[in-house]
Design a protein around this ligand. Structure first.
Ligand SMILES: N[C@@H](CCC(=O)N[C@@H](CS)C(=O)NCC(=O)O)C(=O)O
Length: 217
């Protein structure tokens, strides 16, 4: 049985969403954020203290975009993944990694320097600069959708949309949703309307309620 260690609306939402889209059984372990501080027993599962942590038999993974790639390739090949001989395979990998490496990276600086650091260590200028940096990078998504397509690759929803979609979820939580370029705002609406997205949100809410946890942000 697959196990996923997750905190509410953190990057581990990517694999949670992928599991729901792939319709695979899994066990969800929900943790208070940050587990490194609020549930130190988690350090035995992942010494880095970061989430996600994902287990499937002997497989152990801690990178959210890589876990999406794994779930898509192993459990929904050609449905949630693009196959290596499809013409947009490279584009698929590009956006799958763009979601974490280009979009979520600046968001972590906003979170840290606007919210998580103690008041005396906050850096409003850093948070503002990376807010602009993030919104400028969204032009890459607006341009990817500019030919009128609904999803990033080959006219079908894929792991690339999950990876980028999570960055939009986090941006919306950081109150940047109103600044999304038009096509990106419409794309974000389509992503949230997916039954797989809604099942992932419901699974998260149920696990949080069972543990008596409140939202991360
Ligand atoms: N590149 C990794 C980053 C993992 C990561 O830093 N996760 C954050 C939550 S979104 C975390 O666990 N932060 C808590 C901490 O650093 O203690 C991924 O995509 O999974």
């Amino acid at each position: 049985m697959i196990s996923l260690y997750h905190c509410s609306d953190a990057r581990s939402f990517r694999p949670l969403w992928a599991l729901e889209e792939a319709e695979v059984d899994y066990q969800l372990h929900i943790l208070p954020f940050p587990p490194r501080v609020r549930d130190k027993s988690y350090l035995e599962i992942n010494p880095l203290g970061t989430i996600p942590a994902f287990f499937d038999g002997e497989t152990r993974m801690t990178e959210s975009a890589a876990i999406v790639e794994y779930i898509a390739a192993r459990y929904a090949p050609g449905r949630l993944s693009l196959l290596t001989d499809e013409d947009e395979f490279g584009r698929y990998l590009n956006y799958l990694h763009f979601g974490e490496a280009t979009l979520t990276f600046p968001q972590t600086l906003i979170l840290r320097y606007a919210m998580f650091e103690p008041a005396e260590r906050r850096q409003p200028q850093v948070a503002q600069d990376y807010r602009q940096w993030f919104l400028a990078r969204l032009s890459g998504i607006a341009s990817a959708l500019s030919d009128g397509r609904d999803w990033l690759c080959r006219a079908r929803f894929s792991g690339a949309d999950i990876s980028v979609g999570y960055a939009l979820l986090l941006a919306d939580m950081l109150k940047m949703g109103d600044a999304f370029p038009g096509p990106v705002g419409a794309y974000w609406d389509r992503l949230q309307a997916r039954p797989g997205f809604q099942r992932a949100k419901a699974a998260q809410a149920k696990a949080m309620a069972e543990k008596g946890l409140g939202p991360t942000l």
